[in-house]
Design a protein around this ligand. Structure first.
Ligand code: COA
Length: 173
């Protein structure tokens, strides 16, 4: 099992097939899905497909979202990480997107910020990236706060799935 980053409270490691229950708890929660333009997942088998899809990205792209684990409990908090986006999005293609999604019981305790900061560091220091991007539904204040707290800058607002989304970027100094 590969660990990519570690901070005071968390570990970021590869997502494993055994994360299915933890991921199901996140993706089946309607509150988690409010700003994601998705319906909550209903069947655990859908999670098995998602895990396969993410693990295929590790092989094909050398990177994908990681499991976010609380150190002292070993609980699955959610996921955080970089994804190589191959689809044209707001005039960008083949770019690295920073994202995260947490179990509701962990919201509001700084976990997303801690994980996103470690992910950014990995992108610049280990992957030697020059640019990292993020986007969020314009109404998703919590996500915007995380993005801006770790240093990404707002660029513009664009339509994604017919909904206003904000686009952010950060470049290696
Ligand atoms: C977005 C999300 C990852 C934030 O996770 P989190 O661990 O609660 O974030 P943090 O605790 O690091 O908080 C970051 C900042 O946002 C603020 N914040 C958190 N939730 C908030 C809310 N609902 N409304 C307003 N501000 C909020 C925090 O106070 C904090 O700012 P502060 O340090 O100045 O107080 C989490 O809410 C989530 O998983 N949402 C569902 C999935 C999702 O929307 N993912 C992002 C898609 S772009």
């Amino acid at each position: 099992m590969e660990i990519f980053a570690e901070t005071e409270r968390i570990i970021l490691r590869e997502i494993l097939p055994t994360d299915r229950d933890g991921l199901f708890a996140v993706d089946s929660d309607p509150d988690v899905n409010i700003f994601l333009g998705k319906k909550p997942v209903e069947k655990i088998e859908q999670i098995d497909e998602i895990i396969k899809f993410i693990r295929k990205q590790y092989v094909d792209n050398g990177i994908g979202r990681w499991a976010l684990i609380e150190k002292h409990t070993n609980n699955f908090i959610g996921w955080c990480g970089l994804k190589l986006v191959r689809e044209l999005t707001n005039n960008h293609i083949n770019y690295y997107d920073l994202g995260y999604r947490l179990n509701k019981s962990y919201w509001g305790r700084g976990f997303a910020t801690e994980a996103a900061k470690a992910t950014l560091r990995y992108g610049f220091d280990n992957m030697k990236l020059n640019d990292i991007y993020a986007m969020t539904d314009s109404q998703n204040i919590a996500s915007r706060n995380v993005i801006e707290k770790i240093g990404l800058k707002y660029v513009d607002t664009f339509k994604f799935d017919n909904t206003d989304h904000d686009w952010f970027e950060i470049h290696k100094q």
